[in-house]
Design a protein around this ligand. Structure first.
Ligand code: BGC
Length: 705
């Protein structure tokens, strides 16, 4: 009897403690790591496999993404790409995950919010030309609000693939050819999406992609093989990711590309050694769409179990749409994988869900679409960004259009094609949301300007042409980067009127054959919903253009790859472009950092203090209009044990100056940040010696011990 009672007592206490332990993960007062372990310890192998699986809800809006099986909702799957926008439907899925599964783990809803959700703003490559990370951060904040109010928790953005081949359609999605620009805009977007606290309802987990070197695809062909030297990896492609991790990026997407023979999704060195061991990243790595299944196409393995095990072991935590991680139990049974590896990946997914506060706030509060999207303050931010990112490439004393009594003919395919103005990855943006070019020009029309359809009687032609929406973006490589409709320039030149060429494009364009036939060129990129008003403000001089190119424009495709931070050649001197080709002028058409203004800026008094390593320059507005000027600081390292690029952008800023105003700008150089480089193993090396600093066309050399 005594023994029986004693046993009952033990069972009672054990069950109390067991219960307490079981529910630790639900207690928001517990540290996240404790909650993760508590939940993980209760999961079956099948439940773990499902947390590492990503499905789809709603109609897939990316025609490039192919599905193998019909998608069915299953509440134990860990995350979904959510293409639909009905918050009630989203919440019902969430309710089912919480109430109909054994452990009630909430779902994670993801979507490609790339340059806006409904308030679609300038494409990323255009954003980079603003050299203004603050305005980009504000625009990204808008996207985070609209998306989170639609039930999205996680965006697959920013894309920070340093891009040097304009034939590749995805150059539009990143921040151009320079690693620092990609790093700094990456930081800004992470701040914009994630805010200061991921548990707040108006934030999104960000996802840096496509790790790593996806942009280096052979001949600019999407999804192609990439052959990348260790030096290029450390110096060019990896730094933006390191910056993003320092900024607190929650997740990373591995690329589609095969890196030197090992596809990115199963590349243990980059996914585990670099990301986890060296950089201490404890967030989630998600594959790109069906990338694990595509290992077969890449010649890695035809066996899905081998594909899955290799990817998970390498450090890829979530399987997006390959439906292979669902078979993790089989991989473990066959000895291809140990459960420890599975646990490590599940930990990261659960950690993300806790960090997002999903266990406490799994549901999205309903806000009417009228109050959710396209708010006046959102449009204002989008317009500021568009104004600061439109690049004035040529101006033969024709812009701004201020003189009265002018008749203008506005023509071209962009007048009716609003989708072209939104650009690729326009999320839930709609053509009808866009303020069209003619509407914008009408709205801000100065007195005395009239519009005419009669080209013979016009004083000036504003020719608005450019790429259509699907000519750039994913799977939109082109073998020529001339405008497909550049023949219109010849057609309108026959009227012998001054022409202002307004171009939309998701990539650098080769202007070689049309540049001399027009009087001005405004390269707008794809400015989004506010195109008409932003263009009008620039055209009429209400705003002064202040953008500079984040990517070099070649004269012809034959010059590709062409970028400013190339290494020196054996015979052509430092920075000298001449004589590289016999048949064309070898300089780029417009180099990185090029862009005109309606005023003029003069740089003077560049000095550097060798003791404090402080550089100073004075910049003056010597024209008669106020304007903003991006200040680009380049460092030169002309002699090094591992030869260095001719120059490297090391810092940038943007200043506003009234006519006649001057400002002195200081840059404090840090040996480890500004004067060092990476060796072949990724170690940061500083070598004493002579360096140079270049800003606004002035150069100064200095010695550092
Ligand atoms: C793209 C990714 C994108 C994913 C999900 C893929 O085809 O490469 O950038 O995030 O689809 O839509």
């Amino acid at each position: 009897m005594f023994r029986f009672r004693w046993t009952l007592c033990v069972i009672f206490f054990v069950s109390i403690f067991a219960q307490a332990d079981d529910s630790i993960y639900r207690d928001s007062n517990q540290p996240i790591e404790k909650r993760v372990e508590s939940l993980l310890s209760q999961m079956t192998l099948k439940e773990k496999a499902m947390q590492l699986t990503q499905g789809r809800i709603g109609k897939n809006d990316n025609p490039n993404n192919i599905e193998k099986t019909k998608q069915r909702f299953n509440p134990i799957i860990g995350s979904y790409i959510c293409f639909q926008t009905d918050v009630n439907i989203r919440n019902e899925y969430q309710r089912r995950a919480i109430e109909e599964t054994r452990l009630g783990i909430p779902l994670l809803f993801a979507y490609d919010v790339i340059h806006g959700f409904r308030t679609v703003y300038q494409i990323s490559l255009g954003q980079a030309c603003s050299f203004n990370t603050n305005i980009v951060e504000q625009a990204v904040r808008v996207a985070a609000k609209e998306a989170s109010q639609t039930g999205i928790n996680w965006t697959f953005s920013p894309m920070i693939d340093v891009a040097r081949d304009p034939r590749w359609g995805r150059v539009s999605e990143g921040y151009g050819e320079d690693p620092l620009l990609n790093a700094d805009f990456c930081r800004a977007t992470i701040r914009g999406y994630q805010g200061d606290d991921l548990t707040k309802p108006d934030t999104l987990a960000s996802c840096m992609k496509h790790y790593v070197g996806y942009s280096e695809s052979l001949a600019g062909i999407d999804y192609a093989y990439t052959d990348i030297s260790e030096r290029a990896m450390w110096d060019t492609y990896l730094p933006p990711y390191k910056a993003g991790i320092e900024e607190g990026a929650a997740t990373i997407m591995s690329g589609f590309n095969d890196i030197n023979g090992i596809p990115a999704v199963c590349h243990q060195f980059y996914l585990t050694e670099v990301l986890r061991n060296r950089w201490g990243f404890d967030g989630v790595v998600v594959s790109d769409w069906a990338a694990i299944r595509q290992l077969k196409n890449q010649g890695f393995s035809k066996n899905p179990l081998v594909q899955g095990a290799a990817s998970l072991i390498a450090g890829n935590d979530i399987d997006m749409m390959s439906e292979i991680y669902m078979r993790i139990p089989k991989m473990v049974n066959q000895g291809l994988l140990t459960e420890d590896v599975v646990d490590e990946a599940v930990r990261r997914v659960l950690r993300l869900k806790f960090r997002l506060g999903l266990f406490e706030n799994p549901f999205t509060e309903w806000v009417s679409e009228k109050d959710r999207y396209l708010q006046p303050e959102y449009m204002e931010i989008a317009e500021k960004l568009a104004v600061e990112s439109i690049v004035l490439l040529k101006n033969e004393n024709i812009l701004p259009v201020t003189a009265s009594n002018k008749k203008i003919a506005v023509v071209g395919n962009l007048l009716d094609d609003h989708d072209a103005l939104l650009g690729f990855w326009s999320a839930h943006g709609r053509g009808e949301d866009v303020i069209g070019i003619q509407d914008g020009l009408d709205l801000y029309k100065p007195n005395g300007i009239t519009f005419t359809d009669d080209l013979d009687e016009a004083d000036m032609i504003v020719l608005c042409i450019g790429e259509e929406q699907k000519m750039s973006g994913e799977n939109a490589s082109r073998s020529t980067i001339k405008l497909h409709n550049e023949y219109l320039v010849d057609q309108y030149s026959s009227y012998q009127k001054p022409i202002v060429l307004v171009v939309t494009a998701g990539r650098p364009i080769s202007y070689q054959s049309i540049e001399s036939k027009v009087d001005a060129i405004l390269h707008m990129w794809q400015p989004g919903v506010v195109t008409g008003t932003a263009l009008a403000k620039i055209l009429y001089g209400i705003e002064n253009p202040s953008a500079k190119l984040a990517m070099t424009f070649p004269r012809t495709v034959g010059q590709i790859p062409i970028f400013y931070n190339r290494n020196q050649s054996a015979r052509v001197g430092n920075g000298d472009w001449s004589g590289l080709y016999q048949d064309i002028e070898s300089t780029p058409m417009y180099e990185f950092g090029y862009g005109l203004s309606y005023t003029s800026f003069t740089y003077s008094n560049l000095v550097i203090n060798e003791d404090t390593l402080e550089a100073q320059v004075t910049i003056s507005n010597t024209g008669d209009r106020s304007g903003k000027e991006p200040i680009l600081w380049f460092v030169l390292d002309p002699e090094a044990s591992i030869t260095q690029p001719i120059k490297k952008l090391k810092s940038f800023d943007k200043v506003f100056l009234k006519p006649g105003e001057s400002k002195t700008i200081t840059l404090s150089l840090d040996k480890n940040i500004h004067l060092s480089y990476f060796d072949f193993q990724g170690n940061s090396i500083f070598e004493a010696g002579t360096f140079g600093i270049e800003v606004g066309g002035l150069t100064k050399t200095f010695k550092v011990d």
